[in-house]
Design a protein around this ligand. Structure first.
Ligand code: NAG
Ligand code: NAG
Ligand code: NAG
Ligand code: NAG
Ligand code: NAG
Length: 335
Protein backbone atom coordinates (compact mmCIF):
# COMPACT_ATOMS: atom_id res chain seq x y z
CA UNK A 1 0.00 0.00 0.00
CA UNK A 2 2.77 2.44 1.04
CA UNK A 3 4.77 1.51 -2.01
CA UNK A 4 1.80 2.10 -4.22
CA UNK A 5 1.17 5.57 -2.76
CA UNK A 6 4.81 6.54 -3.20
CA UNK A 7 4.61 5.30 -6.75
CA UNK A 8 1.51 7.42 -7.34
CA UNK A 9 3.16 10.51 -5.81
CA UNK A 10 6.14 9.97 -8.04
CA UNK A 11 3.82 9.87 -11.03
CA UNK A 12 2.22 13.15 -10.00
CA UNK A 13 5.66 14.64 -9.44
CA UNK A 14 6.77 13.60 -12.91
CA UNK A 15 3.56 15.00 -14.39
CA UNK A 16 4.10 18.35 -12.65
CA UNK A 17 7.70 18.41 -13.91
CA UNK A 18 6.45 17.86 -17.41
CA UNK A 19 3.95 20.71 -17.16
CA UNK A 20 6.58 23.10 -15.82
CA UNK A 21 9.03 22.02 -18.49
CA UNK A 22 6.37 22.49 -21.14
CA UNK A 23 5.50 26.00 -19.94
CA UNK A 24 9.17 26.89 -19.72
CA UNK A 25 9.87 25.65 -23.22
CA UNK A 26 6.77 27.33 -24.52
CA UNK A 27 7.77 30.67 -23.04
CA UNK A 28 11.30 30.51 -24.29
CA UNK A 29 9.83 29.68 -27.66
CA UNK A 30 7.35 32.58 -27.72
CA UNK A 31 9.69 35.18 -26.25
CA UNK A 32 12.23 36.31 -28.80
CA UNK A 33 14.58 37.63 -26.16
CA UNK A 34 15.18 33.96 -25.22
CA UNK A 35 15.45 34.88 -21.56
CA UNK A 36 16.12 31.78 -19.50
CA UNK A 37 17.24 33.04 -16.11
CA UNK A 38 15.19 31.92 -13.15
CA UNK A 39 14.15 35.46 -12.36
CA UNK A 40 12.83 36.03 -15.86
CA UNK A 41 11.13 32.67 -15.72
CA UNK A 42 9.33 33.50 -12.48
CA UNK A 43 8.23 36.82 -13.87
CA UNK A 44 6.95 35.15 -17.00
CA UNK A 45 5.19 32.42 -15.07
CA UNK A 46 3.41 35.10 -13.10
CA UNK A 47 2.42 36.87 -16.29
CA UNK A 48 1.33 33.61 -17.83
CA UNK A 49 -1.03 33.07 -14.89
CA UNK A 50 -2.41 36.60 -14.84
CA UNK A 51 -5.48 36.73 -17.05
CA UNK A 52 -5.14 40.18 -18.60
CA UNK A 53 -1.85 39.73 -20.47
CA UNK A 54 -1.74 41.74 -23.69
CA UNK A 55 1.08 39.79 -25.31
CA UNK A 56 3.78 37.18 -24.77
CA UNK A 57 6.80 39.51 -24.51
CA UNK A 58 8.35 40.82 -21.28
CA UNK A 59 6.61 44.13 -21.87
CA UNK A 60 3.74 44.85 -24.24
CA UNK A 61 3.14 48.09 -26.11
CA UNK A 62 -0.61 47.82 -25.60
CA UNK A 63 -0.40 47.39 -21.84
CA UNK A 64 -2.29 50.29 -20.24
CA UNK A 65 -1.51 52.18 -17.05
CA UNK A 66 2.17 52.85 -17.70
CA UNK A 67 1.45 56.49 -18.50
CA UNK A 68 -1.70 58.60 -18.67
CA UNK A 69 -0.11 60.58 -21.54
CA UNK A 70 0.05 57.34 -23.53
CA UNK A 71 -3.36 56.02 -22.47
CA UNK A 72 -5.02 59.28 -23.52
CA UNK A 73 -3.61 58.89 -27.02
CA UNK A 74 -3.33 55.18 -27.81
CA UNK A 75 -6.55 53.69 -29.19
CA UNK A 76 -6.25 50.15 -30.45
CA UNK A 77 -9.77 50.30 -31.89
CA UNK A 78 -8.52 52.43 -34.76
CA UNK A 79 -7.62 49.79 -37.32
CA UNK A 80 -4.35 50.32 -39.20
CA UNK A 81 -5.27 49.06 -42.67
CA UNK A 82 -7.96 49.62 -45.24
CA UNK A 83 -9.29 46.20 -46.11
CA UNK A 84 -12.37 44.47 -47.45
CA UNK A 85 -13.62 44.31 -43.87
CA UNK A 86 -12.43 47.75 -42.80
CA UNK A 87 -13.56 49.76 -45.81
CA UNK A 88 -15.77 52.44 -44.31
CA UNK A 89 -14.14 55.86 -44.07
CA UNK A 90 -16.03 58.09 -41.62
CA UNK A 91 -17.22 61.33 -43.16
CA UNK A 92 -15.08 63.60 -40.97
CA UNK A 93 -12.01 61.54 -41.85
CA UNK A 94 -12.82 61.60 -45.56
CA UNK A 95 -13.31 65.40 -45.66
CA UNK A 96 -10.01 66.00 -43.83
CA UNK A 97 -8.16 63.49 -45.98
CA UNK A 98 -9.29 65.19 -49.22
CA UNK A 99 -7.73 68.48 -48.08
CA UNK A 100 -4.25 66.96 -47.55
CA UNK A 101 -3.19 67.46 -51.13
CA UNK A 102 -6.14 69.59 -52.20
CA UNK A 103 -7.93 67.02 -54.34
CA UNK A 104 -10.87 68.80 -55.93
CA UNK A 105 -12.71 66.35 -58.18
CA UNK A 106 -12.20 62.97 -56.57
CA UNK A 107 -13.65 59.82 -58.02
CA UNK A 108 -16.08 58.01 -55.71
CA UNK A 109 -13.92 56.50 -52.99
CA UNK A 110 -16.05 53.38 -52.55
CA UNK A 111 -15.94 52.60 -56.26
CA UNK A 112 -12.18 53.08 -56.23
CA UNK A 113 -11.75 50.78 -53.21
CA UNK A 114 -13.92 48.14 -54.79
CA UNK A 115 -11.78 48.16 -57.92
CA UNK A 116 -8.62 48.12 -55.83
CA UNK A 117 -9.68 45.09 -53.82
CA UNK A 118 -10.17 43.21 -57.05
CA UNK A 119 -6.47 43.70 -57.71
CA UNK A 120 -5.06 43.20 -54.19
CA UNK A 121 -6.48 40.76 -51.62
CA UNK A 122 -7.29 43.35 -48.93
CA UNK A 123 -7.95 40.62 -46.41
CA UNK A 124 -5.08 41.07 -43.94
CA UNK A 125 -5.32 43.15 -40.79
CA UNK A 126 -2.21 42.18 -38.73
CA UNK A 127 -4.34 42.61 -35.58
CA UNK A 128 -3.85 39.12 -34.20
CA UNK A 129 -2.45 40.15 -30.82
CA UNK A 130 -3.03 37.91 -27.85
CA UNK A 131 -1.39 36.63 -24.68
CA UNK A 132 0.89 34.23 -26.58
CA UNK A 133 2.13 36.49 -29.37
CA UNK A 134 5.42 38.34 -29.02
CA UNK A 135 5.92 40.26 -32.26
CA UNK A 136 9.08 42.37 -32.23
CA UNK A 137 9.38 45.20 -34.74
CA UNK A 138 12.19 47.43 -35.91
CA UNK A 139 11.06 50.66 -37.50
CA UNK A 140 14.03 51.86 -39.52
CA UNK A 141 14.07 55.56 -40.38
CA UNK A 142 16.46 57.05 -42.89
CA UNK A 143 18.66 59.20 -40.67
CA UNK A 144 22.40 59.56 -41.20
CA UNK A 145 22.85 58.46 -37.58
CA UNK A 146 22.75 54.89 -38.91
CA UNK A 147 26.14 55.37 -40.55
CA UNK A 148 28.84 53.25 -38.87
CA UNK A 149 26.28 52.06 -36.31
CA UNK A 150 26.71 48.33 -37.02
CA UNK A 151 23.02 47.91 -36.14
CA UNK A 152 22.42 45.62 -39.15
CA UNK A 153 22.44 42.22 -37.43
CA UNK A 154 20.23 43.30 -34.52
CA UNK A 155 17.76 45.01 -36.86
CA UNK A 156 17.48 41.77 -38.86
CA UNK A 157 16.59 39.81 -35.72
CA UNK A 158 13.18 41.47 -35.44
CA UNK A 159 10.05 39.68 -36.65
CA UNK A 160 9.02 42.75 -38.64
CA UNK A 161 11.47 45.20 -40.17
CA UNK A 162 9.62 48.26 -41.43
CA UNK A 163 11.31 50.75 -43.76
CA UNK A 164 10.09 53.78 -45.65
CA UNK A 165 10.39 55.67 -48.93
CA UNK A 166 13.73 55.42 -50.71
CA UNK A 167 15.58 53.38 -48.01
CA UNK A 168 18.15 51.24 -49.85
CA UNK A 169 19.64 48.24 -48.03
CA UNK A 170 22.10 46.91 -50.63
CA UNK A 171 25.63 48.05 -49.69
CA UNK A 172 24.37 49.32 -46.28
CA UNK A 173 23.54 45.95 -44.65
CA UNK A 174 26.17 46.32 -41.94
CA UNK A 175 24.45 49.41 -40.54
CA UNK A 176 20.79 49.13 -41.57
CA UNK A 177 20.27 45.38 -42.02
CA UNK A 178 19.22 43.48 -45.11
CA UNK A 179 15.80 42.27 -44.05
CA UNK A 180 12.59 44.14 -44.88
CA UNK A 181 9.14 42.78 -44.19
CA UNK A 182 7.12 45.98 -44.80
CA UNK A 183 7.94 49.08 -46.80
CA UNK A 184 5.90 52.31 -46.50
CA UNK A 185 5.60 54.35 -49.69
CA UNK A 186 3.36 56.82 -51.46
CA UNK A 187 3.13 57.06 -55.26
CA UNK A 188 5.70 59.85 -55.41
CA UNK A 189 8.22 57.90 -53.32
CA UNK A 190 7.63 54.40 -54.62
CA UNK A 191 10.37 51.98 -55.61
CA UNK A 192 10.50 48.36 -56.70
CA UNK A 193 10.55 45.87 -53.83
CA UNK A 194 11.70 42.29 -53.42
CA UNK A 195 9.00 39.68 -53.85
CA UNK A 196 8.81 38.84 -50.14
CA UNK A 197 8.29 42.44 -49.00
CA UNK A 198 4.86 43.86 -48.19
CA UNK A 199 4.39 47.29 -49.68
CA UNK A 200 2.25 49.57 -47.50
CA UNK A 201 0.82 52.40 -49.54
CA UNK A 202 0.06 55.55 -47.59
CA UNK A 203 -2.67 57.24 -49.63
CA UNK A 204 -2.97 61.05 -49.50
CA UNK A 205 -5.69 61.29 -52.14
CA UNK A 206 -8.17 59.18 -54.11
CA UNK A 207 -5.86 59.26 -57.12
CA UNK A 208 -3.23 57.38 -55.06
CA UNK A 209 -5.58 54.40 -54.71
CA UNK A 210 -6.44 54.58 -58.41
CA UNK A 211 -2.74 54.74 -59.21
CA UNK A 212 -2.09 51.65 -57.06
CA UNK A 213 -4.66 49.57 -58.93
CA UNK A 214 -3.30 50.89 -62.21
CA UNK A 215 0.37 50.37 -61.38
CA UNK A 216 -0.31 46.72 -60.58
CA UNK A 217 -2.30 46.11 -63.78
CA UNK A 218 -2.68 48.14 -66.97
CA UNK A 219 -0.42 51.05 -65.98
CA UNK A 220 -2.45 53.93 -67.41
CA UNK A 221 -1.70 56.49 -64.70
CA UNK A 222 1.71 58.18 -65.00
CA UNK A 223 1.16 61.39 -63.07
CA UNK A 224 -0.16 62.64 -59.74
CA UNK A 225 1.22 66.12 -58.94
CA UNK A 226 4.53 64.91 -60.34
CA UNK A 227 5.45 62.10 -62.66
CA UNK A 228 5.05 58.68 -61.05
CA UNK A 229 5.93 55.19 -62.29
CA UNK A 230 3.32 53.64 -64.57
CA UNK A 231 4.04 50.20 -63.22
CA UNK A 232 5.74 48.88 -60.13
CA UNK A 233 7.38 45.56 -59.43
CA UNK A 234 6.03 44.36 -56.07
CA UNK A 235 4.09 41.31 -54.88
CA UNK A 236 0.45 42.11 -55.56
CA UNK A 237 -0.87 39.74 -52.94
CA UNK A 238 1.26 41.44 -50.26
CA UNK A 239 0.24 45.03 -50.93
CA UNK A 240 -1.42 46.76 -47.96
CA UNK A 241 -3.09 50.15 -47.67
CA UNK A 242 -2.63 52.49 -44.69
CA UNK A 243 -5.99 53.56 -43.33
CA UNK A 244 -6.93 57.26 -43.69
CA UNK A 245 -8.66 56.89 -40.33
CA UNK A 246 -5.36 55.95 -38.72
CA UNK A 247 -3.76 58.97 -40.41
CA UNK A 248 -6.30 61.32 -38.92
CA UNK A 249 -5.99 59.64 -35.53
CA UNK A 250 -2.21 60.19 -35.63
CA UNK A 251 -2.81 63.82 -36.59
CA UNK A 252 -5.51 64.51 -33.98
CA UNK A 253 -4.57 62.37 -31.02
CA UNK A 254 -0.79 62.22 -31.23
CA UNK A 255 0.20 65.36 -33.16
CA UNK A 256 -2.58 67.54 -31.72
CA UNK A 257 -2.85 69.00 -35.22
CA UNK A 258 0.72 70.31 -35.40
CA UNK A 259 2.00 70.72 -38.96
CA UNK A 260 -0.20 70.03 -41.98
CA UNK A 261 -0.06 66.25 -41.64
CA UNK A 262 2.14 63.56 -40.06
CA UNK A 263 5.43 62.54 -41.65
CA UNK A 264 5.91 59.03 -43.03
CA UNK A 265 8.20 58.34 -40.06
CA UNK A 266 5.58 59.17 -37.45
CA UNK A 267 2.88 57.31 -39.41
CA UNK A 268 5.16 54.26 -39.43
CA UNK A 269 5.89 54.46 -35.69
CA UNK A 270 2.24 54.72 -34.64
CA UNK A 271 1.36 51.96 -37.10
CA UNK A 272 3.97 49.79 -35.38
CA UNK A 273 2.51 50.58 -31.95
CA UNK A 274 -0.78 49.15 -33.21
CA UNK A 275 0.47 45.96 -34.84
CA UNK A 276 3.57 45.04 -32.78
CA UNK A 277 4.15 43.99 -29.18
CA UNK A 278 7.65 45.46 -28.90
CA UNK A 279 8.89 48.40 -30.98
CA UNK A 280 12.51 49.41 -31.54
CA UNK A 281 13.34 52.58 -33.48
CA UNK A 282 16.47 52.95 -35.58
CA UNK A 283 17.52 55.83 -37.81
CA UNK A 284 15.33 58.53 -36.29
CA UNK A 285 16.53 62.04 -35.47
CA UNK A 286 19.66 63.93 -36.35
CA UNK A 287 23.16 62.45 -36.30
CA UNK A 288 25.56 63.22 -33.47
CA UNK A 289 26.61 66.46 -35.20
CA UNK A 290 23.02 67.63 -35.52
CA UNK A 291 22.82 66.92 -39.26
CA UNK A 292 19.61 65.70 -40.87
CA UNK A 293 20.90 63.92 -43.99
CA UNK A 294 19.95 60.37 -45.08
CA UNK A 295 22.23 57.42 -44.36
CA UNK A 296 22.88 56.83 -48.06
CA UNK A 297 23.93 60.44 -48.68
CA UNK A 298 27.35 61.94 -48.20
CA UNK A 299 26.04 65.42 -47.80
CA UNK A 300 25.70 66.93 -44.36
CA UNK A 301 23.73 69.90 -45.65
CA UNK A 302 21.07 67.74 -47.25
CA UNK A 303 18.03 67.57 -45.00
CA UNK A 304 16.50 70.88 -45.92
CA UNK A 305 13.43 68.69 -46.48
CA UNK A 306 12.85 69.06 -42.77
CA UNK A 307 12.02 72.71 -43.17
CA UNK A 308 9.32 72.42 -45.82
CA UNK A 309 6.64 73.32 -43.27
CA UNK A 310 4.39 70.37 -44.08
CA UNK A 311 5.48 68.47 -40.96
CA UNK A 312 6.24 69.73 -37.46
CA UNK A 313 9.55 67.94 -36.98
CA UNK A 314 10.15 69.24 -33.48
CA UNK A 315 6.74 68.22 -32.17
CA UNK A 316 7.11 64.79 -33.80
CA UNK A 317 10.52 64.41 -32.16
CA UNK A 318 9.03 65.18 -28.75
CA UNK A 319 6.35 62.50 -29.27
CA UNK A 320 9.12 59.98 -29.93
CA UNK A 321 11.04 61.28 -26.91
CA UNK A 322 7.97 60.77 -24.72
CA UNK A 323 7.38 57.26 -26.07
CA UNK A 324 11.02 56.52 -25.30
CA UNK A 325 10.89 57.92 -21.79
CA UNK A 326 7.97 55.66 -20.84
CA UNK A 327 9.61 52.62 -22.51
CA UNK A 328 6.88 52.12 -25.10
CA UNK A 329 9.66 52.21 -27.70
CA UNK A 330 13.42 51.81 -27.52
CA UNK A 331 15.33 54.42 -29.48
CA UNK A 332 18.70 53.58 -31.03
CA UNK A 333 20.47 56.81 -31.97
CA UNK A 334 23.62 55.49 -33.59
CA UNK A 335 27.03 55.02 -32.08
C1 NAG B 1 -11.23 54.81 -30.29
O1 NAG B 1 -11.47 54.62 -31.66
C2 NAG B 1 -12.78 54.15 -31.96
C3 NAG B 1 -12.83 53.86 -33.45
O2 NAG B 1 -12.49 54.99 -34.21
C4 NAG B 1 -13.79 55.23 -31.53
O3 NAG B 1 -15.08 54.79 -31.82
C5 NAG B 1 -13.62 55.50 -30.05
O4 NAG B 1 -14.45 56.56 -29.66
C6 NAG B 1 -12.18 55.85 -29.72
N1 NAG B 1 -12.01 55.92 -28.30
C7 NAG B 1 -11.52 57.01 -27.70
C8 NAG B 1 -11.39 56.95 -26.23
O5 NAG B 1 -11.20 58.01 -28.32
C1 NAG C 1 13.56 37.89 -48.99
O1 NAG C 1 14.22 37.47 -50.16
C2 NAG C 1 15.59 37.79 -50.17
C3 NAG C 1 16.15 37.50 -51.55
O2 NAG C 1 15.51 36.41 -52.13
C4 NAG C 1 16.28 36.99 -49.06
O3 NAG C 1 17.66 37.28 -49.05
C5 NAG C 1 15.67 37.38 -47.74
O4 NAG C 1 16.21 36.61 -46.70
C6 NAG C 1 14.16 37.23 -47.75
N1 NAG C 1 13.64 37.85 -46.55
C7 NAG C 1 12.75 37.28 -45.78
C8 NAG C 1 12.29 38.07 -44.60
O5 NAG C 1 12.27 36.18 -46.00
C1 NAG D 1 1.66 60.17 -69.54
O1 NAG D 1 0.43 59.79 -70.11
C2 NAG D 1 -0.13 60.73 -71.00
C3 NAG D 1 -1.51 60.29 -71.39
O2 NAG D 1 -1.55 58.90 -71.59
C4 NAG D 1 0.82 60.88 -72.20
O3 NAG D 1 0.32 61.83 -73.11
C5 NAG D 1 2.20 61.30 -71.71
O4 NAG D 1 3.11 61.31 -72.78
C6 NAG D 1 2.70 60.33 -70.65
N1 NAG D 1 3.94 60.82 -70.10
C7 NAG D 1 4.99 60.05 -69.95
C8 NAG D 1 6.22 60.71 -69.44
O5 NAG D 1 4.98 58.86 -70.20
C1 NAG E 1 23.82 68.80 -50.59
O1 NAG E 1 22.49 69.12 -50.18
C2 NAG E 1 22.10 70.43 -50.46
C3 NAG E 1 20.74 70.67 -49.82
O2 NAG E 1 19.79 69.69 -50.23
C4 NAG E 1 22.10 70.63 -51.98
O3 NAG E 1 21.72 71.96 -52.28
C5 NAG E 1 23.49 70.34 -52.51
O4 NAG E 1 23.48 70.42 -53.93
C6 NAG E 1 23.96 68.95 -52.08
N1 NAG E 1 25.34 68.74 -52.49
C7 NAG E 1 25.75 67.63 -53.09
C8 NAG E 1 27.21 67.54 -53.38
O5 NAG E 1 24.99 66.72 -53.39
C1 NAG F 1 5.45 64.77 -23.52
O1 NAG F 1 5.12 64.49 -22.17
C2 NAG F 1 5.01 65.65 -21.35
C3 NAG F 1 4.79 65.18 -19.94
O2 NAG F 1 3.70 64.28 -19.86
C4 NAG F 1 3.90 66.54 -21.88
O3 NAG F 1 3.83 67.72 -21.12
C5 NAG F 1 4.18 66.90 -23.32
O4 NAG F 1 3.10 67.65 -23.87
C6 NAG F 1 4.38 65.64 -24.14
N1 NAG F 1 4.74 65.98 -25.51
C7 NAG F 1 4.00 65.65 -26.56
C8 NAG F 1 4.53 66.04 -27.87
O5 NAG F 1 2.95 65.04 -26.47
Amino acid sequence: MMAFRRFKNAKIFVAVCFVVLFIMTYMTYTDNSKATSLYKFREQLWRFMSPRRQCGCDTCVAEPEASTWFDERFNLSVLPLLSKQNNVIPDTVYKWWLTLQGETKPKDIYEVMEELFEVIPGDLDLMDQGPYRCRTCAVVGNSGNLKSSNYGPEIDEHDFVLRMNHAPTARFEKDVGGKTTHHFVYPESVRDLQANVSMILIPFKTLDLQWLASALTHGTINRTYVQVPRKIRVSKDKVLVYSPELMKYVYDKWLLNHGRYPSTGLLAVIFALHVCDKVDLYGFGADSKGHWHHYWENNASAGAFRLTGVHDGDFEASILANLTSINKVLMFRGR
